[in-house]
Design a protein around this ligand. Sequence first.
Ligand code: ATP
Ligand code: MG
Length: 269
Amino acid sequence: MEHIVQALYDEKMEEFRKQFLKLHPYDRAKFYVEQSPEVRKRMYEYLSPAEMAEIFDHLDIEEEEYKTYLSEMDPLFVAQMLGHMYADNAADVLNELDKNEVANYLTIMDDEAAKDIQGLLHYKEYTAGSIMTTEYIAIHTNQTVRSAMHILKREAANAETIYYLYVVNEQRQLVGVLSLRELLTSDDDAMIYDVMNDQVVSVLVDEDQEDVARKMQNYDFLALPVVDADNHLLGIITVDDIVDVISEEATDDYSKLAGVPDVDIQYTP
Ligand code: ATP
Ligand code: MG
């Protein structure tokens, strides 16, 4: 770490890049937030938008910090960086900003990236997208059970559920699923593609939440993965989120059955 700091102070870009890019993106993000504004500025001058995107994909910071960091960068650079981030992460960042700022970044961004992000910014109410969370554990087909275990341990504190690990390919498309029990009872040296289930039940991001609830009940899963039309994994819905949906819908249906208006409506002045 001292080497990296020193390289930045000495304005040795190549040396900085060589050492810094060896770090895992998460460690790069940790390093980034620990620096002063001046040092951060030098960092982004020495890194490409794609490289900064990896850092921002791993940041977990407050609204005010996002605003500060983004204001330190050139708007075009920010737009390109957001375009390189996972769309849901970029949408999360943009959700922290003012409307006109968001519009501005989306305008200068490459069209395709802007479209992806825009789709995630405002999910319609009562859809899978509106109740999903992006805190899930994803692993890759071509890794061992042992390395998946490391990922699990690293991510467990922040994941909504650790009970299922979702397997994605290089394009982040959903290709398999593995329960925690299955992971723990597999050989450490086994490859994920040999032990995963490749018949994955998922829901589409714009699917009605009532259909999601039904699927969850029918299949008896504790969580369901949410995908877009191209099968990219976008998030998960856990059974506790579905409990709310079911009680909501039950109240609704019971009121209709009894011929009385919805409780909400009754109390509307
Ligand atoms: P069991 O209780 O039967 O031993 P388990 O405890 O490992 O299984 P369960 O929650 O009961 O886990 O899940 C049953 C099976 O369904 C597991 O093999 C799990 O990998 C698989 N599974 C979980 N989510 C999905 C999904 N979305 N689509 C398809 N299969 C899934
Ligand atoms: Mg079970």
